[in-house]
Design a protein around this ligand. Structure first.
Ligand SMILES: [Zn+2]
Length: 148
């Protein structure tokens, strides 16, 4: 779910900062959602305990980015304003747009909650936490493979 929720920005934001896209063009549309879900679904041997949370993460990301999402790209063209200095534009937005400030603070508070709640104060704690999370995913996927 976390990977699905982050994936659209992992793809589009670097392209935006490199001035190769509008920041929401290539991975913020329904075609991308469908194709990436199918890739995850079939590459995990149709394991719904992995592919459905991934899909949920993707869809929740797209919903939270509405209304400025090119949902039907590439079937419809979307005009994005040409931004000369994408990084400066993003920095300025970060400090002047109240909605951006609120969502960034909310994201920061959410990360802080995860860190404090799981006592992740050392790099070793974070590694163990992620390994434990990975082990849980492996256990879930193995349980699904065993026919009942
Ligand atoms: Zn996004």
């Amino acid at each position: 779910m976390i990977i699905g929720a982050l994936l659209p920005d992992i793809i589009d934001k670097p392209l935006f900062l490199l001035d190769l896209g509008g920041g929401r063009l290539y991975s913020h549309n329904l075609l991308f959602v469908i194709i990436s879900f199918l890739i995850v679904h079939f590459s995990t041997k149709r394991n719904k305990s992995i592919s459905l949370p991934f899909l949920f993460g993707l869809i929740s990301h797209i919903i939270l980015d509405l209304p400025y999402v090119p949902l039907f790209y590439p079937f419809f063209s979307y005009d994005f304003p040409y931004i000369e200095e994408p990084f400066i534009y993003w920095l300025r937005k970060l400090w002047t747009d109240p909605l951006v400030i609120i969502t960034e603070i909310a994201g920061l508070l959410f990360i802080l909650f995860i860190v404090v709640h799981n006592k992740l104060y050392h790099i070793r704690d974070i590694t163990n936490y992620l390994k434990g999370f990975n082990q849980t995913l492996i256990m879930i996927s193995k349980e699904k493979e065993i026919p009942s």
